[in-house]
Design a protein around this ligand. Structure first.
Ligand code: ADP
Ligand code: ASP
Ligand code: MG
Length: 816
């Protein structure tokens, strides 16, 4: 026979109870009928607890009592035939009247003892089990309602009583044998002490009731029916990508549930473990799902860990003292004191110098623990052998669990890398001696981010999520969104990366979504639901959303976003940008960006600062990190000027070629912005800095292409007139080059730390001779590439290739 336990949500409403009854009809066909254990309707135990507290505080509990009554009456009326409703409603009403009397007593006395509290809480299970048994009786005539307080005996530790296993098992098996052939519907969670007073087994304790019955009756399985598909790799409410586990060992399940996986109550595992009874976690709302089996042996698993769980609010107490902590007997005294006073210690760590002990407790216990320690160690405190205990609040425990951890090296490295990269500060670490778990104490506000980041780091077969916050919806911005939309599937399948756009802003509007904005109609979304743009607020909101694997993408050409880069790095957010202004302002700022990013373990990628999507920055970085040294760089990095000189040949006039470049959209609105070489200078400066030279813009010598009269022109129109007037100057240059069988090229050069940009004539042997369109080219001469330089060449401008470069940077952040 089996024991089936149904949790709060499974009895939470008329609809859920209907589903449950279908399962009971099916299961009761078995020759040995199962025993059914039920929880209170979902939320009812909390409701009862809050009524009790209200009464103790002298406040009214009437509205909540009415709510409790309505929830039960509604379900009963819905599911019990009208002729049979009265006896059930009357019995429920008797319970509610008793409860009201009790609460009234608490209100009068303004006192709520743990004993009274347990009695009040017991009505949740009594009402639900009674009600469901009457509903079930309509279809299964063998049903009887069983109040577990007569069968499970405990000590008097109200709130979390200890079970007298031997006696309880005797009573349970006796009762079962007397009722052979019946279908027992039993209240979970509640029991009684020797004096017959009602006790409870701890919150979530109905699971434990099922295990006690299972053990007493030597059940073939204990099934825990709940509202999720079994035990998952993390709490699915926090980690969307959590997935169901097929099997676990008792130890693994114990560790996961001890550290917060609420799906099963930790003590449940003990009776099952002792009798080798498998526990199966099933989903009431998806009964065909096979469930998670918890047993002695789990199947061979390729998973590095089984799951990650967390306790979301804990307090930590630190004890320091060179004369005391770490001495033989100290920990013994400390922890027996806490255990005597029933303070549950969640986790302990001791520094290797042994002068500090850190331990975690429930926040409600922290001040009591501190006071107890101060009392117990009064003499030591007076003698300064021990410092006063310090409490730290608002912390959380995150634990990774799995038996495979023992034989897999690098597990803690993976954990700390994921935490560090996401700026999650670790307050303390504990590794269970079993090596089945590593737990860390972190700040409670970082918990959701940490759980998701660690889940991504360990379960690499899933997609890693990047949360991108994108600034700028111009040509490059919108092309990037288009490319992301087109390649999303490919990225997920091939690279295991999923890029979510968690925020978008342009200069007018901004919008956010932690679940990711739609890539196909982000524009409409921004227009319709966007709020007024504010860059500072955009950055603050991004930081406060505290999402894992976060990237700030600057697709603007504005100086404003630059002022926020440092703040991003400090918040452990990587930056990807095509905006050149940041890296080409002062060297101090460039250095600061690099150093801050490095310090915080995040990325700063700006491949598209030079040559759009061409791998120039990356190539240079790869050369540098592998120990090569750049002797010389020669490059054509202005697509605009490239286009002009590629077309300035034969009969063409310089004026006409510039005009054509402008008409084709290759130039800035004022073509002199290109021809002055400012943009080119910025690129050379960034390359020089990346090659290791602490250079400023003023160190770069720019040889002007334009005669003074062209530079002096007041308007663009005047500029074109000036170009016409200077035609002789330009044609002389061109003719001279053609006579020598050369071509004109505007070349940037870095040679032994000296940077220049100048107009040159190159012959057909030069790698820059053959150029077309708006191509960029760069030749690196290095210690390794000294006979022939390494050349990177290709289209170096345009929205498609630039967006593709930003895209590649983004994916590279994902790979780290
Ligand atoms: P019941 O009322 O059925 O006893 P609980 O609320 O006690 O249900 O436990 C089920 C809940 O546990 C799920 O809804 C889920 O949100 C939460 N949970 C936390 N961690 C996990 C995990 N690792 N796997 C599955 N569920 C988990
Ligand atoms: N109803 C009890 C609680 O909410 C017991 C349980 O659900 O397991 O804690
Ligand atoms: Mg539960």
């Amino acid at each position: 026979m089996k024991v089936l336990k149904f949790g709060g949500t499974s009895v939470g409403s008329a609809t859920s109870i209907k589903t449950l009854i279908e399962i009971l009809k099916q299961e009761s066909k078995a020759e040995n009928k199962p025993v059914i254990v039920l929880s209170a309707m979902s939320g009812v135990t909390n409701l009862l607890a809050s009524m009790a507290e209200k009464a103790a505080a002298g406040e009214s509990f009437t509205p909540q009592l009415a709510e409790l009554q309505t929830r039960h009456f509604d379900a009963a009326k819905d599911l019990v035939d009208i002729h049979n409703q009265n006896p059930l409603l009357t019995r429920l009403k008797i319970y509610f009247n008793e409860l009201e009397d009790l609460l009234q007593g608490v209100l009068t006395l303004r006192e709520l003892t743990p004993k009274t509290r347990d009695l009040i809480l017991s009505y949740g299970e009594r009402c639900s089990a009674l009600m469901v048994s009457r509903i079930a009786l309509q279809y299964i005539p063998e049903v009887i309602f069983v109040d577990s307080t007569t069968l499970i005996k405990t000590d008097s530790a109200f709130g979390q009583a200890k079970v007298n296993t031997e006696l309880s098992e005797l009573l349970i098996s006796g009762f079962y044998n007397e009722n052979k052939g019946k279908l027992l519907i039993v209240t979970g969670f509640i029991a009684s002490n020797d004096a017959g007073q009602i006790t409870t087994l701890g919150r979530g304790g109905s699971d434990y009731t099922a295990a006690i019955f299972g053990s007493a009756l030597n059940a073939s399985a204990i099934e825990i029916w709940t509202d999720v598909n079994g035990m998952m790799t993390a709490d699915p409410r926090i980690v969307k990508k959590a997935f169901s586990l097929t099997d676990l060992t008792y130890t693994e399940a114990m560790e996961l549930s001890y550290f917060g996986a609420k799906v099963i109550y930790p003590p449940t595992m003990i009776p099952a473990f002792l009798k080798k009874i498998p526990i199966v976690i099933k989903n009431t709302f998806e009964p065909e799902f096979e469930g998670t089996v918890i047993s002695h042996t789990s199947k061979e698993s390729h998973l590095p860990i089984k799951g990650i769980s967390s306790v979301n609010e804990i307090s930590v107490i630190n004890l320091t003292g060179s004369g005391m902590v770490g001495k033989a007997g100290f920990s013994g005294r400390l922890f027996s004191l806490l255990s005597r006073e029933q303070i549950n210690v969640i986790l302990i760590t001791q520094s290797s110098s042994e002068h500090t002990i850190t331990f975690a407790v429930q926040p409600a216990d922290a001040h009591k623990a501190k006071a107890l320690i101060e009392q117990e160690f009064e003499l030591e405190l007076l003698a300064n052998k021990l410092e006063a205990p310090v409490i730290e609040d608002s912390l959380a425990v995150l634990a990774v669990v799995g038996e495979n951890m023992k034989q897999t090296p690098g597990m803690s490295g993976k954990l700390f890398h994921a935490l560090g990269r996401n700026g999650v500060n670790v307050r303390a670490i504990a590794q269970g001696s079993s090596e089945y778990n590593i737990s860390v104490i972190i700040s409670a506000v970082d918990l959701a981010k940490a759980l998701n980041a660690v889940h991504d780091a360990f379960f690499t077969q899933l997609n890693k999520t990047l949360n991108a916050f994108c600034l700028g919806t111009g040509n490059i911005g919108r092309t990037l969104f288009k490319q992301l939309h087109q390649h999303n599937q490919f990225l997920r399948e091939k690279n295991k990366i999923q890029v979510k756009i968690a925020g978008i802003s342009n200069s007018r509007k901004m919008t956010f979504s932690a679940d990711g904005l739609p890539l196909d109609n982000w524009a409409e979304e921004l227009e319709k639901n966007g709020e007024q743009a504010n860059l500072e607020e955009f950055v603050d909101r991004m930081i406060n959303m505290n999402l894992p694997n976060c990237v700030f993408v600057d697709n603007t050409a504005s100086p404003l976003p630059i002022t926020f880069y440092e703040k991003c790095f400090k918040a452990n957010i990587s930056v990807v940008t095509c905006n050149k202004i940041g890296n080409s302002s002062s060297y101090a700022q460039y250095r600061n960006f690099k150093d801050t990013a490095l310090q915080h373990g995040v990325d700063f990628f700006y491949e598209t600062n030079v040559g759009a999507g061409l791998p120039i920055i990356r190539t240079l970085r790869d050369l540098m990190v592998s120990g090569d040294r750049v002797q010389r760089m020669e490059a054509i990095l202005s697509g605009t000027i490239s286009f002009i000189f590629n077309n300035f040949k034969g009969d063409a006039s310089f004026h006409d070629v510039v005009k054509m470049a402008q008409e084709k959209g290759y130039t800035e609105p004022d073509p002199r912005d290109d021809l002055r070489g400012t943009d080119f200078m910025r690129k050379v400066l960034i390359l020089a800095r990346d090659a290791g030279y602490a250079m400023e813009a003023s160190d770069i010598v720019i040889d002007n292409i334009l005669p003074q009269s062209c530079l002096d022109a007041q308007t663009v129109e005047d500029f074109y007139t000036a170009l016409k007037n200077e035609e002789a100057y330009f044609s002389e240059l061109k003719n001279k080059a053609e006579e020598e069988k050369k071509v004109l090229r505007y070349v940037g050069k870095l040679d032994n730390g000296k940077a220049t940009i100048s107009l040159q004539m190159v012959d057909e042997n030069h790698p820059f001779y053959m150029m077309s369109g708006a191509d960029n080219i760069i030749a690196f001469t290095t210690d390794r590439y000294y006979e022939r330089p390494m050349v990177v060449k290709g289209p170096g401008a345009g929205a498609e290739v630039t967006a593709a470069g930003v895209f590649a940077d983004l994916i590279n952040v994902g790979a780290n």
